[in-house]
Design a protein around this ligand. Sequence first.
Ligand code: ZN
Length: 160
Amino acid sequence: MLIKPNAVVAIHYTLTDNEGAVLDSSTGKQPLTYLHGSGNIIPGLERALDGKKAGDKLAASIEPQDGYGEIIEEMIQVVPRTTFPEDAVIEIGTRFSAQTERGPLTVVVTNMDDGQITVDGNHPLAGETLNFDVCVETVRAATDEELQHGHVHGAGGHHH
Ligand code: ZN
């Protein structure tokens, strides 16, 4: 069957940035399995896969607005070290969950300077052009339960 909304799709992929550095890959792992048309994956990749079938290979270059979005400056904040518990280990690269007006958000420490800590709540791939090399492994119809839940169950998917 062709990939269309409500298809369960398994893909192998390699994701590189514009400099050719590999950012992510399913090579040597289970294929990525997702429910097509449900926003389980970034919009640009979902669009590139639409209408493809098992065995198809494709390359898609996805701009930030169809990927993880542009970098939002307001999501980068400088806060005093005293905001954090004294015994908290804080280093560049430390991730933690921050409470925001829009709910919990994972932020990463990107700079530390003189008692001031810079935290960034953007997605790590925000602002990046994403170059995907994809091979479609399998395509099947979703079960009723999967459609109700909006995600895939079983191997390679979410299980509960
Ligand atoms: Zn479920």
